[in-house]
Write a protein that binds this ligand. Structure first.
Ligand code: NAD
Length: 288
């Protein structure tokens, strides 16, 4: 299949390389010359504009920083340049409203489109083990699924257009809340004289168990190897968690959902990100 790929950054670079490995002809474009050069090394054909990359493509995948850029690229560079009938897959994390607007626009121009944001970071993008949560019609999902499978371990249809983004921000809001809760519990356990390893051994098999505890423990030397064991380098950057929490709070406001803990988590990450945006989000334990 001929697949145009727009946005070859930390995530998109590895994803495009996995499409090449799966035998697809990948037509890549990014504004960054370094990203283009890396894509070339991974076997992508590279182009001077998104519009050129889209010529003759059966599918277009985008992995871009935000909703404004996605809207401008899809409406300005993809629609009308990719052949009518191509399937469009936006894997960026963006706001639900823009995802729905761009999808409607694409459908009315004769393209199937899905929003397909990911769970999993740069390592999962490189390894082809991302989880995709997908919004769009059944037909668009079926077409997108075979492409997404080359880049991930799980591809789940979440319902109508925008529902992939809805699932992503609800999931990440929950992640922020249970990470902060896990950090609080470890700090209090320490103040009460409990050894962190002992608390882990107890809580990880008790009702406080959660992913932030058992798979992504924020305390160095406890549980499996995590960013905490590497001075909180790598992993999922605090700045990206804050981005997702801002999107979640926007969506909560627009939909009238009550999210008092999500809102508090956003405040805590807003303050922490001022000086620590590049650190893994579990480093928030340092502030508690
Ligand atoms: P990144 O900044 O590394 O990559 C984005 C790329 O888009 C850059 O190479 C940039 O040059 C390119 N770009 C920007 N505007 C463009 C345009 N108009 N045309 C072509 N290229 C353009 O970001 P990333 O970490 O790869 O994240 C991409 C998306 O994935 C974001 O929406 C992010 O929220 C989401 N995400 C990231 C992670 C992560 O761990 N990094 C995890 C899950 C989801």
């Amino acid at each position: 299949m001929k697949i145009a790929f727009i946005g070859l950054g930390n995530m998109g670079g590895g994803m495009a390389a996995n499409l090449v490995k799966a035998g697809h002809e990948v037509r890549a474009f990014d504004l960054s010359e370094a990203a283009i050069a890396a894509a070339k090394e991974h076997g992508c054909a590279t182009f001077a504009s998104a519009a050129e990359a889209c010529e003759g493509a059966d599918a277009v995948v985008s992995m871009l920083p935000n909703g404004a850029i996605v809207k401008s690229v899809i409406t300005g560079d993809v629609i009308g340049k990719a052949p009518k009938g191509a399937v469009l897959l936006d894997c960026s994390t963006i706001d639900v409203a823009t995802a729905r607007e761009v999808s409607l626009f694409s459908q009315s121009a004769g393209y199937d489109m899905v929003d397909a944001p990911v769970s999993g970071g740069i390592a999962a993008a490189n390894a082809g083990t991302l989880t995709f949560m997908v919004g769009g019609t059944e037909k668009a999902f079926k077409r997108a699924e075979e492409i997404l499978k080359c880049m991930g371990k799980a591809v789940i249809h979440a319902g109508q257009a925008g529902n992939g983004q809805a699932a992503k921000i609800c999931n990440n809001m929950l992640l922020a809340i249970h990470m902060i809760g896990t950090c609080e519990a470890f700090q209090m356990a320490g103040k009460l004289g409990l050894d962190p390893q002992t608390f882990f051994d107890i809580s990880s098999v008790s009702s406080g168990q959660c992913w932030s505890m058992t798979s992504y423990c924020p305390v160095p030397g406890v549980g499996p190897t995590t960013p905490a064991d590497n001075q909180y380098q790598g992993g999922f950057a605090t700045a990206l968690m804050l981005k997702d929490l801002r999107l979640a709070m926007e969506a909560a406001k627009a939909s009238g959902a009550a999210t008092p803990l999500g809102s508090h988590a956003r405040e805590l990450y807003e303050a922490f990100a001022v000086d620590n945006g590049a650190l893994d989000f579990s480093a928030i334990i340092k502030t508690l």
